[in-house]
Design a protein around this ligand. Sequence first.
Ligand SMILES: [Zn+2]
Length: 154
Amino acid sequence: MLPTRRNIKNAPTTSVKGGFPVYYHYTVGISGEKFFYGLKDKKFIGNTCEACDFTYFPPKMFCEDCFNELGDDTYKELKLEGTIVGVSKVFFDFRGQKLVEPYHMGLIKVEGSNTTFFHKIVDIENPEIDQKVKAKWNEDRAGSIFDLEGFTSS
Ligand SMILES: [Zn+2]
């Protein structure tokens, strides 16, 4: 018969001093690299599945609908404009601390894409669904999601 419960109250304790060196490189992958280099150059790069004519932004390696591989010839530059399809006001940071200046996050359907993109809405006091917006870039760009400051009135 197998024991169902172990008595660990009197078990000897042990410890190991030292650290666990973990080194790694994170890669965003082929389509992610095209997306982030695009942001650095103030461009929205998406791609279109030739089999089902579905356009992704950010771009994908494979179509999530029909699983078709999306090769190098599927990438294209999209307009820097879109429509707000969802919006939320953020009052707390990730640690639960109340923000001094709440801000809006938006779900944006970039023109020419069939997907939505989640990013900050800036310089709009009361963003609304179906409102047209355009990209607002940061001056210093390094191939990061923060190269895009957010979306503002178009
Ligand atoms: Zn497809």
